[in-house]
Structures are given as structure tokens and as C-alpha cells.
Design a protein around this ligand. Structure first.
Ligand code: FAD
Length: 416
């Protein structure tokens, strides 16, 4: 059903009894053209673009839990395309453009809000690095503005400007960055894909692969064997474990990242703000809660909850940046499993197993990538050649040395 002011009014007049489920909760069939493993943002976006852009509709998305139970429903909702390196900027800018048209495309309110993303800098060297990044963005047609201390103070007068250990010198602003309601993205893509014939199968865990003569031909699941001409992995934090079932060892480690939400406050933060002297980022949801996060936990884990030292570290970052946050009550916190790659950039590629495709390594930044990831992965699956915007995200770059190390941290997944 099409959502519009008319359907809203009609349903309001009839007691809201006419709404239909947004997508079909399908049972798995024996065979598909494409099976996508993982019903997160990336798996669902891939299914949607496969159907819409490439006319491939005999597709199943297999999700071990419920759609949105993974990182797509656990992240801090930030979108941006403020990258430095050539492999990254065009990809994330494609994503930003897709975000800008997403709600009209899906006919679904994902609360895309371009309220701006401001990265603060606290030293001359950091200012130079941010100026360089801003210039790289502008050369690629991406919006970027370097703000001085007064401009930041005008925008965010409550930050600690007076007695901070790391004085704020200014910030790099991407006005088109912002936030999107994360789980609505899963629901919107699911609805769009389901409408076009894709089967979304929940409570269906992939437990193994059937590989014949070097080609993946079927997945074993908790709901039986499902054959497929092509099998696509989009399982984020579970990438190494699932790929290992097909005999692949990925250059990925899994870590927990926590997120925090405060009680609702009156409008305070106009956009997203990141602290440059520690790892802390914050925005305010439309319900008024402060939504914030920081570093990943310091050890590998598959548990979707975090530990207290990181909570303390995040709170210290918040207090250093905006001391009044110390009087805000925390409402809830949670964790998600991050697929941290060795160079901090993702993988969208075929694998050494014929018919098996990989979408992984999203680190901290996979939510903002969701539309472009689905777009490029669908292109790869449909045509067996990479989409130009995602062509740098090859699996063999870790062997050939063509790394895309945005932070310059080297093979330290926990530092990306
Ligand atoms: C706390 C937190 C904050 C974050 N903040 C941001 C942010 O502000 N901005 C940003 O850009 N990114 C952010 N991220 C990162 C982003 O959320 C992820 O990179 C992105 O969501 C990963 O892609 P996905 O949505 O497809 O993952 P997921 O939603 O995790 O989807 C993968 C799915 O695969 C399923 N699965 C796993 N194994 C199997 C199996 N064997 N069989 C079937 N299904 C399986 C899982 O259940 C899961 O639903 C954040 C992440 C976390 C945890």
C-alpha cells in the first residue's frame, strides 16, 4: 500500500484498522536465483536494488533473528561523506545522494535529517589535517566548511571553551551530513524489496554451505537446505564466522561497540558533534534523547553488550567536551558487533569460492554506507563486475597492498 496524506487520513477515519503489514514474513522456498545471508541494512538494501535496478526478484534474504536486530538497529544513526581518500569519497558521496532521495524512492519515512556533522579540532596539526580532508572533499564535489573557534562557539555555546584540557580551535562541518532513523531504514528497504517479490525469511540461520566443484550451490539453514545460483554474505559482525563455514579466512576481527541514550531533553544539539581529542560523538534524537558513543571495547567479542571501562571512557569524553552532560540521566545503553577490517575500509567483492559474494568490513561506519553498499553489491551480484564507486573495496587488496587506510593506523583493526 502506498503511504500518503490520503491513506493516513482514510485510516484515521476508520480507526487505523486498514493498515497492512509492511512486508511479507515469508517461508523459505527450495531454490532462488540469489540468496542473501543477513537481514541487516546492507542485505535488505542489496535485495531492494537487485529487484528495482536489475530486475532480479527471485531473491531471499535469510535472517537468523528478526530484521533490524543487528547493527542496523543498534547504531548511533550518523550519516556523512567526509572522507579523505579517493577509494572512499565517491562511494560515501554516492551513499549521501541515495540518502537524499531515499524516502521518496521507498515511499517510507526514514527521518533522514541533514542537520550537519561537525568534527572539532583541538591543535594546529589537527586543523591542518582537517583542512586537507575538507579540501579533498570539495575537490570531489562534497560540501565542507572549516569553522574557526568563534563560529563553533556561536553554534554550540555550551561546549567547554573556557578551561578545557584540549581547547577547541574550530571544526570541519559537513552541512549535508546528519542522522537517519536506523531501524526505519531496515523496515523501508524490507518493504520495498518485499513489494517487488523478494522473500524476507526471519528466524532462519545459515549454518553451512554446500560447495560442489569449487562453487557454492546451496546454504544449510535451521529451516532446511536452500539452493541458489548466487549466495551473498552481508552478516556484518558475524562475517568471519559465516565465511569460515565456506572455508574462507577473512581479514576481519569482531569487536563490540556500545551506544548510549539519555532521557529526553529540550532541543539542545543542532547536529552531530564529534570530539577531536578523544573518541566521543553525540547528536540529539527527535524524541530529545542525547545519542552518543565512543570507542569499541578493547577485546574481540560476539556478545551484543559492552563492558564498564569503555562506558567510563565514553563518559569522560562527554564530560571533557560538554561538562553539563554530567547532569543528564542515562536512559539505556547497548552493544553491537562490528566487523573491523585491517585497513578500516569495507569489502564488496567476489570470493575465491565461485558463486559466493562478500559484503563486510564496515567498521564504525557501515550505517551511512547502507544505500551505496546495497547499490554496489547488487550491481556486482547482477553483472559479476564491481560497480565503479565500490571498485576499490577488493578482498585481495590485503595481499596486493592496495590498502585504503583512511586513518593511517596500519593493520590494527581496533584502531580504525
Ligand atoms: C553501537 C553502534 C553504533 C554505530 N554507529 C554508527 C553510526 O553512527 N554511523 C554509521 O555509519 N555506522 C554506525 N555503526 C556501524 C553500522 O551500524 C554497521 O556497520 C552496519 O549496520 C552493518 O551492516 P548491517 O546493517 O547490514 O548489519 P546488521 O544489521 O548487523 O546485519 C547483519 C545481519 O546478519 C545476521 N546474521 C548473522 N549471522 C547470520 C547467519 N549465520 N544466518 C543468517 N543471518 C545472520 C544478523 O542477525 C544481522 O541481522 C554503528 C554500530 C554500532 C554497533
Amino acid at each position: 500500500m502506498k503511504y500518503s496524506i490520503f491513506s493516513l487520513a482514510a485510516n484515521a477515519l476508520t480507526g487505523h484498522k486498514g493498515w497492512k503489514p509492511a512486508w511479507r514474513d515469508a517461508s523459505p522456498r527450495e531454490a532462488y536465483d540469489v540468496v542473501i545471508v543477513g537481514g541487516g541494512g546492507h542485505g535488505l538494501a542489496t535485495a531492494y536494488y537487485l529487484a528495482k535496478e536489475h530486475g532480479i526478484t527471485n531473491v531471499a534474504v535469510l535472517e537468523k533473528g528478526w530484521i533490524g536486530s543487528g547493527n542496523v538497529g543498534r547504531n548511533t544513526t550518523i550519516i556523512r561523506s567526509n572522507y579523505l581518500l579517493p577509494g572512499n569519497i565517491p562511494f560515501y558521496e554516492l551513499s549521501m545522494k541515495l540518502w537524499e532521495g531515499l524516502e521518496q524512492d521507498l515511499n517510507y519515512n526514514a527521518m533522514v535529517s541533514q542537520r550537519g556533522v561537525l568534527n572539532l579540532f583541538h591543535s594546529d596539526a589537527q586543523r591542518d589535517a582537517f583542512a586537507r580532508r575538507g579540501n579533498a572533499m570539495r575537490l570531489h564535489g562534497v560540501d565542507a566548511e572549516l569553522l574557526d573557534r568563534d563560529a563553533v562557539r556561536k553554534m554550540l555555546p555550551f561546549l567547554n571553551f573556557d578551561d578545557a584540557r584540549f581547547p577547541i580551535q574550530g571544526g570541519l562541518l559537513q552541512p549535508r551530513g546528519g542522522t537517519v532513523r536506523h531501524d526505519a531504514v531496515a523496515w523501508g528497504y524490507a518493504r520495498g524489496a518485499s513489494d517487488r517479490g523478494v522473500d524476507i525469511v526471519q528466524n532462519c540461520e545459515v549454518t553451512g554451505f554446500r560447495i560442489e566443484n569449487g562453487r557454492a550451490v546451496a546454504v544449510e539453514t535451521t529451516r532446511g537446505t536452500i539452493r541458489a545460483r548466487k549466495i551473498a554474505l552481508a552478516v556484518a559482525g558475524n562475517s568471519s564466522r559465516v565465511a569460515a563455514m565456506a572455508g574462507l579466512r577473512l581479514p576481519i576481527e569482531s569487536h563490540v561497540l556500545q551506544a548510549f541514550v539519555s532521557e529526553g531533553l529540550k532541543p539542545l544539539l543542532p547536529g552531530v558533534v564529534t570530539f577531536g581529542a578523544g573518541h566521543f560523538y553525540i547528536s540529539q534524537s527527535d524524541k530529545g534523547g542525547l545519542v552518543f558513543g565512543g570507542d569499541i571495547d578493547g577485546y574481540n567479542s560476539y556478545a551484543q553488550r559492552g563492558n564498564l571501562p569503555t562506558v567510563e571512557d565514553v563518559c569522560e569524553g562527554g564530560m571533557a567536551l560538554m561538562p553539563m552532560i554530567g547532569r543528564v540521566r542515562l536512559l539505556r545503553s547497548w552493544g553491537g558487533i562490528m566487523d573491523m577490517s585491517m585497513d578500516g575500509s569495507p569489502i564488496i567483492d567476489r570470493t575465491p569460492v565461485d558463486g559466493l559474494y562478500l559484503n563486510a568490513g564496515w567498521c564504525y561506519g557501515g550505517f551511512k554506507a547502507t544505500p551505496a553498499s546495497g547499490w554496489c553489491f547488487a550491481h556486482l551480484i547482477a553483472h559479476d563486475v564491481p560497480h565503479p564507486a565500490g571498485a576499490a573495496f577488493r578482498l585481495d587488496r590485503f595481499a596486493t597492498g592496495h590498502l585504503i587506510d583512511e586513518k593511517g593506523q596500519g593493520a590494527q583493526p581496533n584502531l580504525h
